[in-house]
Ligand binder design. Sequence first.
Ligand code: FES
Length: 281
Amino acid sequence: MTKLEELVQEINRFEAIISEWDESQRCVAVGLKRAIEALHKEALTRLIKSLKLESMSALRHAVNDEVVYAVLLYHELVKSPQPSLTQRIQTALEEVRPGLKSHNGDVELVAIKLPDTVEVRLIGTCSNCPASTLTLSEGIEQAIKKYCPEITKVIAVNNPPTINSANSGLSSPFLTQVTSAWVKLATVDQVPESSVLAVQFAGNSLILHRQGVNITCYRNACTHLGDSLEAGNVENGIITCPFHGFQYSLETGECLTAPNVSLKSYPVKIKGDNVFVQMQK
Ligand code: FES
């Protein structure tokens, strides 16, 4: 136990005893404590003033002592310590981490490039998600800027640029397999105009939507954070993600909320009453 802890423990012991006393006795004890503290504060204020006139380095040296610092802090004669820039960045990353982890992703601090730049690395799903730019700008960057207003640039390093085409979908379990096939996923009647039909194929979740005779099929994954879209509201051929409100045209898959993060689409053909979707297998 440090000297400071020892002294504080002693104060706490007496305070615990006093707290058991009846009110009039407690008032006397508290009054005495406050009077002594006021005397000490006045003395310390004068001491600091003199020290400042004589030697700032002596004052700094004195404040570095944990007991001196604790007493000055108690009397509000020094400011409480500001967390370092690194600590504040870590606090910001902690704030966004649960959201990233829920999508099997994460983020780590790579470097602080003073005066205004922070480099981070997106990990796991986040590193190859087509929405990684949004994750960075909307989540991570905002959080860092909230805790560290001096930081104006947040850069993701070691991540290939994945947002560059309309069909750059989430990483697909089908990617290593090149054979495609037309698969019957529904009948025309089953595909609604006022909402979407969610279907599963080979472990993949898809949504189908109909506008008149035209049927479209997309991966059931919002390009923002990958949540499923099937419960989204559909109005005038536009689906709104129920989670954070990203909107997509169900005719083209285009994201109307952010550029270049369209839904992954699949070719569709109708034969008789049946809806076939071209899948890779
Ligand atoms: S997951 Fe955020 S808007 Fe869809």
